[in-house]
Design a protein around this ligand. Structure first.
Ligand SMILES: NC(=O)c1ccc[n+]([C@@H]2O[C@H](COP(=O)([O-])OP(=O)(O)OC[C@H]3O[C@@H](n4cnc5c(N)ncnc54)[C@H](OP(=O)(O)O)[C@@H]3O)[C@@H](O)[C@H]2O)c1
Length: 244
């Protein structure tokens, strides 16, 4: 049976970061595929807006900060066993900037959310043996720009974590999707005054001749969680960005 072209699945999935951007698109795709979905993020307002927008009875929200182990543990006590856990969470504030002036007190949010947060999810998630965990890394690990050392390092580390956990949590599968530049609100947090110009220039440079859309990433996540022979892999969804 299909709904708007999606094969139907039963099961439950947690999407951390599901209140916006790629996470919201992933929650939407999972709902259309028949899953019961729980979205997680820090802002109750953002989650409530997403629940209203996606408007599906199989969607619920839980507010939690994944940098806090007690809150992560509470999420999984509340939701119990789920088939798939996906995290798109990142707090990029203060994470871009030249090394000489880098403020580690501000910039470590990226480590806490993407790396430690992902490890905490892996530790506390109650996944069945057929379950999966999917992280979202990013092109900065492969095409770093000056001032992007923290982001490059964390994305590369997250991919290493996916490989390590694919071994440690086997037969549960652990993968990462590495997006290129995708049009979401995350760009508003960049310290740029010529954002639109930079985004346009990148779209022209890419082999795909456009920037990514949140749905491109959601489709990649679903392909990973549904293929039982993919684990410990990084799936690049970057419009060919690594080639230019
Ligand atoms: N957009 C791009 O071009 C691009 C390119 C390469 C890689 N990426 C990566 O792709 C991922 C998704 O990005 P996006 O563009 O979809 O960004 P986004 O819309 O800003 O999504 C990030 C989500 O993470 C949640 N979050 C942040 N910190 C959290 C925490 N401590 N606990 C729980 N939830 C938290 C945020 O919600 P709250 O603020 O409410 O917590 C938000 O919903 C990120 O990891 C980003 O680094 C993005």
């Amino acid at each position: 049976m299909t709904d708007k072209g999606f094969t139907q699945h039963s099961g439950r999935a947690v999407v951390v970061g599901g209140g916006s951007g790629m996470g919201q698109a992933t929650a939407d795709a999972l709902l259309r595929a028949g899953y019961e979905v729980i979205i997680v993020g820090r802002s109750e307002q953002r989650l409530a807006d997403a629940v209203r927008e996606l408007g599906d009875g199989k969607l619920t929200a839980l507010a939690a900060d994944i940098t806090d182990e007690q809150q992560v543990s509470r999420v999984f006590e509340t939701v119990g066993v789920v088939d798939h856990v996906i995290t798109t969470a990142a707090d990029i504030r203060g994470s871009y900037g030249p090394l000489a002036d880098f403020d580690f007190a501000r910039g470590r949010g990226m480590i806490e959310t993407k790396l430690i947060g992902s490890m905490l999810l892996a530790k506390h998630a109650r996944l069945p043996e057929t379950g999966s965990l999917t992280f979202v890394s990013g092109i900065a690990a492969y095409r770093p720009a000056p001032g992007g050392a923290m982001v490059a390092a964390v994305n590369a580390a997250l991919e290493g974590l996916a490989r390590a956990l694919a071994v440690e949590l086997s037969p549960r599968r652990v993968n990462a999707v590495s997006p290129g530049w995708v049009l979401t609100d995350i760009w508003d947090a960049m310290p740029w005054d010529d954002k639109d110009e930079r985004l346009r220039a990148m779209a022209e440079k890419l082999p795909a001749q456009r920037l990514g859309r949140p749905d491109d990433i959601a489709a990649a996540v679903l392909s990973l969680i549904h293929n039982p022979f993919i684990t410990g892999t990084v799936l690049h969804v970057d419009g060919g960005h690594r080639l230019v």
